[in-house]
Structures are given as C-alpha cells and as structure tokens.
Design a binder for this molecule. Structure first.
Ligand code: ATP
Ligand code: MG
Length: 555
C-alpha cells in the first residue's frame, strides 16, 4: 500500500474515503475517457494523474476508454498517440483498451428500452426548429410536436433510422425529459443522431451514433466505474447522466464528480484549437516542442516525473483559475537540476586563439558531470590552442559587473585554465572574428599562485575537437497570457517562439547523446537531444537555468 501520508488530499479523495468508510463501495474504479480527436495536452495530464493516481493509491483500477461517438472528427492515429502518452507518463490501464463504440449494441438496446417506456421519441424538427423549441435560460422550451408519438411508431421509426432510411439531420432520437427544466441539457436532449460516416472501430456498421450524454454514463455503468471524474463544464450534464441511469435497467450505478480544468498562461488548452495551429502550419505538428501537448513537452525535454510533479503542485479543486507557465517550468528545472549531467556547448561562437599554447596539442581534461553529485562521474573534455566561447561573453570594454572576458583582463575557462585577452581581430564590418589570448599554465584546477583574483567563469568548446550542432531556443508560443480570449489567436502568436542557433558547437561527449537525453549546458540552460527533428545533431532548450535569467543577463 502506498504511503498514506504522502498522498495528495483533495475533495474527490475525501468523497472516496467516505464512500469506502460507509461501505457504499468496497473498491475504487476510475476511467480516463479521451475523445480521439487530437493529441493529449497538459490539461489531460491533470485528469490522467487524478484518475490513475487515485486508482493506484486506493489499490483500485483505472480504465482507458476512447469516447469515440463522433467518427468524423476522430482518427486512429490519435488513438495510438494517446496510448503512447499515457504509457510515457508511467500509467497502466486495467485490461484491454476500451471504446464507447464497443458498447454500440448495448447502447442501442437501452435506447429501445427508453422508447418502450415512453421516455424517448423520434423527432423530425430540424436543427433550427429544435433551437427555437428549446427556449433560453430565461424562457422555458416548448414540447416538440413529435413528443407524443405512440411507442410502436417510435420503435419503427428508430429502426428505420438505424437502417439508413432517413437522411442525415432529417430526424433524431430524443429523451423525453422536461422542456421547462432550468437545465438546458434536460430539455429533451438528442441521444441518437444520423451520421453516414466511416468509424475507425466499427467501419460502416452504423449510421446512427449515440450522443455523449447518453453514451458516457452507460459506458461508465457497463465498466462498473465507481467515481466518474470530469471537468466543471459538465456540471449541468450530471442531471442527464443521472436521469439516463435512473431510467434504464442497468445494475451498476456510478456517480459523476466535477473538478476545475487546468488553464495555463500563454498557451491553449483545447484539442480543437491546437488542431487549428497544426492545420494552419503555425507549428511543426502536434509534437512541436512549443505545443502544450504531452508529445510536445516530451520532445521539449520534459520528463514524466516533472509533469506528474506539476499535476501534484496544482492540485485538484473546484476553483477555475489560470496557472502561470513558470509553475510548469519550475517542475522540470527542479528535476533536471538534480538529474541532468552538465556539459558545455557554445551557441553563438567566437574564436579564441591561445597564443602561448602549443599548436596541434590536444590535452584531455577531466570535468565532473554534476557539481554536487559525485556518483554521476566525470567525463573527458579536450583542450586545444583554438577554442570557441559565446560571443556575448566577451567585451572590449566593460564595467566590473561584467564577470566575463574583457580585453586586457582574465577569466577562468570552466574546468580548465585562466586566460587573458590580449587583442582582437575584426572583419570589414567591425565584427570580432578572433580574440587572441594567453593562458596561465599554473591555473588548472587552482587559483593563480600570486593571489590574483579571477572572478568570472565562462564555458567553452575546443574549436577543432568540438562538434557542430543545431540548438533550438523556444519561447512562449503566444504574446498574451490568455490567447483563447482573443478573437483570432493566430494574431497573437509570438514570432520569436523559436530561435535556431545553427552554428552551435558542442563538446564531443555530446555527439552520441541519446534521443531525449537531458543535459545542463553550462550557463545557457537545460537541453535535450531531438532525433526526430530534421538535421544532424539537434538539441532543444527545455528551459532556462532560472526564471529570471534573461533579466539578470540584461543588466
Ligand atoms: P479538449 O477541448 O481539449 O478536446 P475535452 O474535454 O473535449 O478537451 P476529452 O478528450 O473529452 O477532451 O477529455 C478527456 C478527459 O480529460 C475528460 O475527462 C476531460 O474532462 C479531461 N480534460 C480535458 N481538458 C482538461 C483540462 N484542461 N484540465 C483537466 N482535465 C481536462
Ligand atoms: Mg471534447
């Protein structure tokens, strides 16, 4: 049994504790019910961690069920990507993958039950008429003229619907509930509609498809789900969830509980809107590292542990709110600070020639992989007469705040010697092409003997031994915290969300980095290898070293 103290506490777990205590349930059975109409995003991760987390902590089980009643928008590729993402997060669903479509026969049977009980009818109002009859939040609706069709006739009409004898939109099956209900979802909702569409699981077998409100509760009951957890926008739908289960002959009686959805600043949290970014070529695809999808985060360098930690930190409540991106970034930074080996890479190189260092010599220096974790070992770093440093790490003149290389002054090369800048060479445009330096051969791993203080430390890579790489720097995808509130969110895309450093050079030990392997590139952030990107050696910046890094550097 998991450590009870370490479990998160929230209102849903309190409900479960009570249900177990008073014997309403003896075990807990949850489900994660994605619609396969896009890739999962970080909002879904919240739901996954909640459902699978509860199953794990209470020694219960959690099903994966594709809510696949909308064949036109769904795709088998999404079915696969969703499974991959859940497994990557480290969760295992109970038994086989389930589909609402597996229950189409049973659902059809329960619809007939409702018709026979005089609780459902075939309605020939078109979409516009139906809207008129439905009324508004302030005005009650009116009964459909088809509401009192006799049972036998309804059964025959529904059979005809199923046999493809009506056109799409010509009629639908509606539950007979209450056209004056204050809850719009109770005003005789449609429970079956006609769609001549190919379904990724059932092919051409059906031309009528059940609606979410009819399907979800029955699927939960068929699977003996005890606690059906969903987001707050389904709060009103709970009425119809209960109505359907109370009016059919099914034994199991699950209950729905709602929690607030995750909203994250500077991004979008809807498959439909994310799909628009993909379709409009505003991003490379669903797994673009700027996307808030689980596949995008994975490619960006997020770890399963960091995503789970984020879900733990945000908690589960009924309060709608907007979470800062910094909160997500802090989780991966904490993880990588502890677990990512250090390495050196120069993103925007300028050449240094160390004039008093032997030409052609390659010296093998040893560098620790982690400053505070010796068990992570060491690596070899080649040192040579010509090296590369970051262009921004050198200035011809600077005040004392600039703790890097300045003409006539000294700086320490990380894991190597102290060097002094003697003179520079520039091209016609005045751009520095080479910085000539000297080094102090007494300073490897120790301070200068005469007590000179050298405060600054910069990173570097051997010019001849280093390996060329492409480094991709990511920023927020949008320029405003809530792009979903814009009339057209494609107008507020951040044009600098991706900056490609195509001349980067990495230390040779990085050339064989595995896909997704994470490193801290000294002083520039956390990065991971991306073998799915086009290009030879591509590294993505997962996150900067600290939230305020850019501000500190700008001063
Ligand atoms: P989207 O609009 O992104 O498609 P959805 O709710 O329609 O979201 P589903 O595939 O139906 O997506 O969602 C599967 C489960 O994930 C549902 O239980 C849903 O409530 C939950 N979920 C979806 N978005 C979020 C979110 N932002 N935060 C928390 N849970 C979410
Ligand atoms: Mg949906």
């Amino acid at each position: 049994m998991a450590d009870v103290e370490a479990r998160p506490s929230n209102f849903i777990r309190q409900i479960i504790d009570k249900d177990l205590e008073n014997g309403k349930h003896t075990s807990v059975h949850t489900r994660f019910p994605p619609e396969p109409n896009g890739f999962l995003h970080i909002g879904h991760a919240k739901s996954i961690c909640l459902n699978f987390g509860i199953a794990g902590d209470y020694m219960g089980t959690c099903n994966l069920r594709f809510d696949d009643t909308n064949p036109e928008k769904e795709d088998i590729d999404y079915v696969h990507s969703i499974q991959e993402d859940i497994q990557w997060l480290g969760y295992e669903w109970d038994g086989e993958v389930r589909y609402s479509s597996l229950y189409f026969d049973q659902l059809h049977g329960y619809a007939i039950e409702l018709i026979k009980a005089g609780k459902a009818y075939v309605c020939f109002l078109n979409a516009e008429e139906m809207r008129e009859y439905r009324g508004t939040l302030k005005e009650p609706g009116k009964n459909s003229p088809y509401r009192d069709t006799p049972v036998e006739e309804n059964l025959a009409l529904f059979e005809k619907m199923k046999n493809g004898e009506f056109k799409e939109g010509e009629c639908s099956l509606r539950a007979k509930v209450d056209m004056t209900s204050p809850f719009m979802v109770m005003r005789d909702p449609v429970i079956y509609r006609i769609k001549f569409a190919h379904h990724h699981q059932t092919g051409e077998q059906w031309c009528i498809y059940p609606m979410y409100d009819f399907t979800h509760c029955i699927s939960d009951a068929i699977e003996d789900i005890t606690h059906s957890l969903c987001t707050l926008e389904f709060q009103d739908n709970r009425r119809i969830y209960d109505w359907v289960l109370d009016n059919i002959s099914i034994q199991s009686r699950p209950h729905q509980y709602e929690f607030s959805r995750l909203n994250l600043e500077y991004t979008l949290m809807s498959k439909r809107k994310l799909n628009a970014l993909v379709e409009g070529n505003h991003v490379e695809g669903w797994n673009d590292p700027r996307m808030p999808t689980i596949a995008g985060l994975r490619r960006r360098g997020y770890t399963p542990a960091s995503v789970k930690e984020f879900c733990k930190r945000i908690g589960v409540t009924k309060q709608d709110n907007m979470v800062e991106m910094g909160m997500l970034e802090a989780c991966i930074r904490d993880d990588l600070n502890e677990n990512a080996p250090r390495a050196m890479a120069v993103l925007d190189p300028v050449k240094i020639i160390i004039e008093n260092y032997e030409e052609g010599k390659v010296e093998t220096l040893t560098a620790p992989n982690h400053p505070s974790n010796e068990s992570m070992g060491t690596r070899e770093v080649p040192f040579t007469r010509e090296i590369l440093i970051e262009r921004e790490d050198f200035k011809e003149e600077a005040n004392k705040k600039f703790k890097r290389l300045v003409l006539g002054k000294e700086v320490r090369l990380r894991n190597a010697y102290v060097i002094k800048a003697e003179r520079v060479e520039k091209d016609e445009a005045g751009e520095i092409t080479t910085i000539y330096c000297t080094y102090d051969d007494e300073t490897l791993g120790k301070d200068p003997a005469d007590g000179r203080k050298v405060k600054g430390v910069i990173h570097w890579v051997s010019a001849s031994e280093g390996v060329k790489a492409e480094v991709r720097l990511y920023d927020r995808l949008f320029t405003v915290p809530n792009p979903a509130a814009e009339e057209d969110f494609t107008q507020v895309l951040n044009p600098e969300s991706l900056v490609i450093m195509s001349n980067a050079v990495i230390e040779p030990s990085l050339a064989n980095a595995q896909d997704h392997a994470a490193y801290q590139f000294e002083r520039t952030g956390y990065f991971c290898r991306d073998t799915s990107a086009q290009g030879d050696l591509v590294f993505n910046r997962t996150v900067g070293l600290r939230d305020t890094w850019a501000k500190i550097e700008a001063k």
